[in-house]
Design a protein around this ligand. Structure first.
Ligand code: CP
Length: 303
């Protein structure tokens, strides 16, 4: 397969290979000369129909560290605004001899649709509330780095599971590697099918934290919510916000993750986000090595 459309389309062997390759690239990008010539003959387009800071910059940096030629496109400043379709847009970009497309789009299934309709390797950088596979991979890579392995670990994903592509990619990746997964949050933000995925549900944050080794605190996705949703931001922060008092009252040290961007004081307090137990910036650091690995492995199939 020449695409990375979602974690559900890959397997444990693929994840192991991505992580071994990312281990190597992490060592490379910590050297004084951070760049390797591996993809000098590959051209990649990053096309983003939704806002991004981490994913867009991390993919760009990963591609540049691999010596690929990179072009970047934001829909808001493009001819999409004049009515050009997704397929026309991408085919015009591909006619400039582009080999790979990294795409973020607000529609679930957009990356899959593109992979069926254009001749290029497609990497999904987030499709609506569906999947964000490189985030799922970098989260597992970070757990592996801090706890030695992912298998056997207990991971709770807290918050807006319903609108989260990060949750689904994490669930698939964690289960594939033998972790136990729980979700925690208000029922209004938990999809009905969640237990069918073999995931536990715990509505009480303290109980969920007492159970886990790792807590992944998700952002409430206000941009995808009905204005009248329950709970309100204040109620959410009271019931599901992780603060230092709660973290310190647990009878063990857990790892705290967050995919970013953070709403400080809502799902996580500043003193937790900036604490020793937070690995949030490690996740961002690891994103570059993991994305280098994904692009390198896909490009080796198209070369
Ligand atoms: N984690 C993540 O996808 O962040 P961005 O939306 O900033 O890319």
């Amino acid at each position: 397969v020449n695409h990375l459309l979602g974690i559900k389309y890959i397997n444990k062997n693929d994840i192991d290979l991505i992580f071994e390759t990312a281990d190597h690239f992490k060592e490379v990008i910590n050297r004084p000369i951070k760049k390797v010539p591996s993809l000098r003959d590959v051209t990649i387009a990053n096309i983003f129909f939704e806002n991004s800071t981490r994913t867009k910059l991390s993919f760009e940096l990963a591609q540049k560290r691999l010596s690929a030629d990179v072009i970047s496109f934001s829909a808001a400043q493009s001819s999409v605004k004049k009515g050009e379709t997704l397929i026309d847009t991408v085919n015009n970009i591909l006619s400039m001899k582009v080999d790979m497309v990294v795409m973020r789009h607000s529609n679930p299934g957009a990356a899959h649709f593109l992979s069926k309709n254009v001749k290029a390797s497609i990497v999904n950088a987030g499709d609506g509330a569906h999947e964000h596979p490189t985030q799922g991979l970098l989260d597992s890579f970070t757990i592996r780095e801090h706890l030695g392995e992912v298998g056997g670990k207990k991971v709770v994903i807290v918050g807006d599971i319903l609108h989260s592509r990060v949750a689904l990619s994490n669930i698939f990746a964690l289960q594939m590697q033998g972790a136990e997964v729980m979700v925690c949050g208000p029922k209004t933000l938990i999809p009905r099918y969640i237990t069918e995925l073999g995931v536990k549900y715990e509505p009480n944050l303290r109980k969920a934290l007492e159970w886990c080794d790792v807590a992944n605190m998700l952002r409430v996705q206000n941009e995808r919510l009905d204005v009248n949703y329950f709970p309100s931001t204040r109620e959410y922060a009271q019931q599901y916000g992780l603060d230092k008092q709660l973290l310190d009252s647990l009878n063990k040290e857990i790892i705290v993750m967050h995919p970013g961007p953070i709403n400080r004081g809502v799902e996580i307090s500043s003193d937790v986000a900036d604490s020793q137990q937070s690995v949030i910036l490690n996740q961002v650091e690891n994103g570059v090595a993991v994305r280098m690995a994904v692009i390198y492995l896909l490009a080796s199939k198209i070369k």
